[in-house]
Design a protein around this ligand. Sequence first.
Ligand code: ASP
Length: 350
Amino acid sequence: MKQILTLLIGFFVLFSCKNDNLSISKEEISSKKEEKAVQNFGIVIHGGAGTILKKNMSDSLETAYKEKLKEAITTGHTILKNGGTSIEAITATINIMEDSPLFNSGKGAVFTHEETNELDASIMDGATLNAGAVAGVKHIKNPINLALEVMNNSPHVLLAGTGAEQFAREQGFEMMDPSYFYTEKRFQSLQKVKAKEKQNKSVSFDDPFIKNSKFGTVGCVALDQHGNLAAGTSTGGMTNKRWNRIGDSPIIGAGTYANNATCAGSSTGWGEYFIRAMVAHDISAMMEYKGISLQEAAQEVIQNKVPALGGDGGIVAIDKDGNIAMEFNTAGMYRAHMNAEGELIIKIYK
Ligand code: ASP
């Protein structure tokens, strides 16, 4: 009896050791797979495009922009490096820029004709082609978070105005007092545009001063270690906008687009033209149907198609292999890129 028992225990010990060995080798395989995937992650951001010229920029302001861009992109990069998703990375990155008065989004949003702030944002997940967007919200500190909430917790893609804010309240979002969005610089820009309007009777968005008083929409695109792309954009729109004008930023396909088969893009510029040219989607479509590279597609849309209509601006984009484009047809675009190796590029001018 004793002998049989010893034999059984022996078998049991042998079997569990074998099993242990098996599970270790499985872990080894999966960590090798991860090592391979790590090569490709990356993140790109913009903080708006326009007539951004070195001669108009003080050293201290330039440093402030560069520092904020660095803080934002390294936050997203750390998330990606630790295995987080591209959606997590872009929301955290955009939140930092939304909370800074430097950019025309969240805290630093431009003023409408009625001296209010109306914020637009959108987000898209390239893995599922799911998307969420909000337009014309007035009390939301981080509109990109509400866009994400629309994507994840509503049956809709785009919510606007009071309805979007009712949804936000129901989802437990904090409602900001509109005074939170007041910044002297943006308010004075509106006053200057209005003064110009009085002199000229009618001033269109074509007026260089008006076009240039809107800089600073923010956007972010990322490729994560799981091979998923995502894009997000957040803005206050254009100074002196009225009649609940909505730009391209909350329009999926124009301001934001992501598709794991091609690329993720976030636009900035004169929104009316970016809607008409369906900029972010057109770049993805050209890659898919023409088989051209991200850089070729971005160049064609930003340097030829948008200017042919009369519009200007730029885009940041990343493809499924981690190649990037930071294309613009204006004098400058606040922009930054960080690759899997942690190499960082921050640029403002051409
Ligand atoms: N595209 C934004 C809009 O038209 C503005 C910008 O990007 O500067 O609302």
